[in-house]
Design a protein around this ligand. Structure first.
Ligand code: PEP
Length: 254
């Protein structure tokens, strides 16, 4: 069954008290609503709050994701966190290839592929981000841009790896800008991504792939975005920082 996912990416935000309030608010919303069997809710706090999140959500259907992991399994890599350490805590997902990591930490497709392999070896599901910048979109180069991001990374995986892969299409011009891709723009790109997976793997594998939209998604636009045939949920930044906003987006899947 193809999953629909609403995943919150807190980035480097919230303190312990605020984190607790959001986690409890989302857990209580999910517990008191009849969530469809195909819907998964994931919250990705910063590393220091992962233990707290795993503990608070241990009896909840809300899953915990990390925002990064090392490409190495263990060793002398000061400051790094391995995928198996995350799995040990009860973390089930990890966001990789986010445009902020590509831009500020110079993560290449090759490095992101290594991280993806490390995460999958540790049993984590990977939320793999792709998406073009404004200049590329204005030049109508978005399809080639995304194709290249996939070609040099996840298309190198085996088709059995794809069971633990989720793709997030996040046009950089829509992230944190308040500028959302229209439902049609999102659907067109998601259709294209699915088609690329069909070409590189096979159609049944592509049909099962969950493709999320990310970029200024909020309660007011989530219903229209999620109604698109190829939009299987969202990766949510700013609107995941308040339980009320995040649950307003989860409500769009009900
Ligand atoms: C993100 O960075 O993953 C994101 C989607 O951010 P925002 O929702 O704030 O645009």
């Amino acid at each position: 069954m193809k999953k629909r996912i609403v995943a919150g990416n807190w980035k480097m935000n919230l303190n312990k008290e605020e984190a607790t309030t959001v986690l409890q608010g989302v857990a209580s919303y999910v517990a008191s609503n009849n969530m469809p069997a195909d819907v998964e809710v994931v919250i990705c706090p910063p590393y220091p709050y992962l233990s707290l999140a795993c503990e608070l959500l241990k009896d909840s259907d809300v899953k915990v994701g990390a925002q990064n992991c090392s490409h190495e399994a263990k060793g002398a890599f000061t400051g790094e966190v391995s995928a198996s350490m995350l799995a040990d805590l009860g973390v089930t997902h990890v966001i990789l290839g986010h445009s902020e990591r590509r831009k500020y930490f110079k993560e290449s497709d090759a490095l992101i592929l290594k991280k993806t392999r490390a995460a999958m070896s540790a049993g984590l599901n990977v939320i793999f981000c792709v998406g073009e910048d404004l200049h590329t979109r204005e030049d109508e180069g978005q399809y080639l841009f995304v194709k290249n991001q996939l070609k040099d990374s996840v298309f190198m995986l085996s088709s059995s790896d794809l069971a633990s892969l989720v793709v997030a299409y996040e046009p950089i011009w829509a992230i944190g800008t308040g500028k959302t891709a229209s439902p049609e723009q999102a659907n067109e790109m998601h259709y294209y991504i699915r088609d690329q997976f069909a070409e590189n793997f096979d159609q049944p594998t592509a049909d099962k792939l969950t493709i999320l939209y990310g970029g200024s998604c909020k309660p007011a636009n989530a219903t229209d975005l999620f109604a698109q045939a190829n939009v299987d949920g969202g990766l949510i930044g700013g609107a995941s920082l308040k339980a009320e906003d995040f649950t307003g987006i989860i409500a769009a899947t009900l």
